[in-house]
Design a protein around this ligand. Sequence first.
Ligand code: TPP
Ligand code: MG
Length: 436
Amino acid sequence: MTDSTAARKPRRSAGSKAAGTTGTKAAGTTGGKAAGTTGTKAAGTTTTGGKAGAGAKRTTRTTRTAAKKGSETELVQLLTPEGERVEPTGKAPYAEYAGYVAGITPDELRGLYRDMVLTRRFDAEATALQRQGELGLWASLLGQEAAQIGSGRATREDDYVFPTYREHGVAWCRGVDPTNLLGMFRGVNHGGWDPNSNNFHLYTIVIGSQALHATGYAMGVAKDGADSGVIAYFGDGASSQGDVNEAFNFAAVYNAPVVFFCQNNQWAISESNEKQTRVPLYQRAQGFGFPGVRVDGNDVLASLAVTRWALDRARRGEGPALIEAYTYRMGAHTTSDDPSRYRHDDERAAWEAKDPILRLRRHLESAHHADEGFFAELETESEALGKRVREVVRAMPDPDRLALFEHVYADGHALVDEERVQFAAYQASFAESEGV
Ligand SMILES: Cc1ncc(C[n+]2csc(CCOP(=O)(O)OP(=O)(O)O)c2C)c(N)n1
Ligand SMILES: [Mg+2]
């Protein structure tokens, strides 16, 4: 289930259907303006010819954060690590970010919290299943829940999402059953869901390639005359890929309705940010001719607001935008990685203080938006989700080994036929040696 409050428009892919599983709705306050005073420098946003910039009222608080190598950048934040909802004090040249969540209700806030808690629980369960030998590999999203739930809930049913391999929270928002994410990691299928059922593309391992797929798709959306948005997820490391930079240029030149959502989790496996870029990533957008904004990726409200803003302007025909969600990969790159070999524990500890779930919990508690009963019920729901995930994974049937040769060519191929025969003989040799 995605942003149910936005206007429904014709879908690009016939027959696709959003299947909500979470029962949570993100707030619908698009277009709202937040009042504010003037005088603060535009924050975290590059200014490259967007229409909405001139005269926009100050709308969102920005906090200054020291960027690496001494340069200074700013971060869009609406909820502090202490859980304080901050009023807009900054001037944004493109849109009133805070206005996009100004009318958010306690129920919707609890929904965002629930999304993050259940996503983290699912992720922890998957990590444990890998440790138990039930999965071959797992790429944890630990620490990135706010960036994913905020941006995922900003999408509309008819929008199309192109993920990497770590977007479990976005999949949740799109209504993909979490157990479907595990088949590929167990090695029993090549994907696990129909992309057109939820407008959520299959996970993509080839770093950055989905940015091009998303851009091409968005160009198609524009040609269809639809007003859907497209969003491409990728990481800080992917920003170094040619594919991503080519996608930026194509999207800009063709004014494609695509949002580039970069989760800067500070690491590309063992390569730190310093080895990826000499400038803050959001500033890359300026060189391509579209706006870029850095948002606190551990702040679910800010992530929701900024992504709504970017999708809205894409739908209005104002072209692409880059969102850099500044966050942290709290766990290992994957279960095959050992981060203690290349980063210090104190770095993780500093980010733990900015935990995305904890800050929303603090807010819910201090604002009296949630009581003990809510948290207890959610704990019970988390337990039930964990149990279901374990049971479904263990019951996943092994695939037919020869299925590997199916669908290589539409009409078959002599070489593939030959290889199938060879492989079948090879498999049969095990059966003989095992005396089966
Ligand atoms: C084209 C390509 N090159 C290299 C790899 C190996 N690889 C897998 S993940 C990864 C790092 C990606 O880092 P980032 O984009 O920051 O995403 P994160 O894993 O941090 O979410 C690399 C280099 C790959 N999968 N594809
Ligand atoms: Mg990364």
